[in-house]
Design a protein around this ligand. Sequence first.
Ligand SMILES: [Zn+2]
Length: 315
Amino acid sequence: MSESYTGDRLSIPVAVFHGAQTGPRMFVTAAVHGDELNGVAACRELIQSLDPQRLRGTILIAPLVNILGVQLHSRYLPDRRDLNRAFPGSPTGSLAARIARVVLDEIVVASDLGVDLHTAANRRTNVPQVRIDTADPQTLRLAEAFGAPYILSAATRPGSLREVAADRGVPVLTFEGGEALRFDTDAIQVATEGILRLLHHLQMTDAAPEPPHDPPVVMHDSRWIRAERGGILDLQVGPGDQVRVGQTLWATTDPFGHERSAVDSPDDGVVIGATTLPLVSPGDAVLHVGLVGERPPHEDDPSEEEDQVEDDHPA
Ligand SMILES: [Zn+2]
């Protein structure tokens, strides 16, 4: 798509599977944040397993969308911009804007729907989850067919791939699972099998992995629980655990083990994300708790497309 100062042509690798029969067009994108690698592994498995002869429709798979960030092991582009805040982009704008526009035109709006694969940011981990607008019944059905353990209703962030795709009528499931710069076997399997189930749900393939034993838990909201006092962390719960109001979530101690503070859960919910760094300062986000049950009416939704705390440059 462009030329670097080394003279190399920069291109974003895309595998295109044109089925022998007609059907929907679906895209899969990974590494929009260049240090989020579980989706890269899921794309690799998909590319190896798909057979165009047995496919109805078309699948576009882009394992390394932010290829410059991947080369640097970085969430961001070399110009320090976040590609997932740069959509819809522009052919005459910044590097991020130009890449965003190519991805939007060539992959996103060329599709009927898509899946965008992410992980938690540096020093955090997420349980496998799909983030959508659960108020949209069509997208909710797609997320249920995907079969990740959790479906989280998340407002879109300005400039994100999911938001701009939704504006153009292309439903997108944002998958989150695992950590940055690591492969997490469970998250990779949930992502890969979820996409294969989605293809089967859309009648693009004839077979799919079994649906999960338990249907996905739908969460209409979530909140990050932050530390009021710093210290060395003693987490009492972990990713995937159910928590109850008043249950102790963590304590912090001084270096000699004397307790400084204990933090109780303000909500009933499920831990869907957590810090992996056991040293906390006041204000640090320690646990992300998904709230099960109905959303209270007329309440603004503070949740984010991405974990807001993972952003070095919050909006
Ligand atoms: Zn991400």
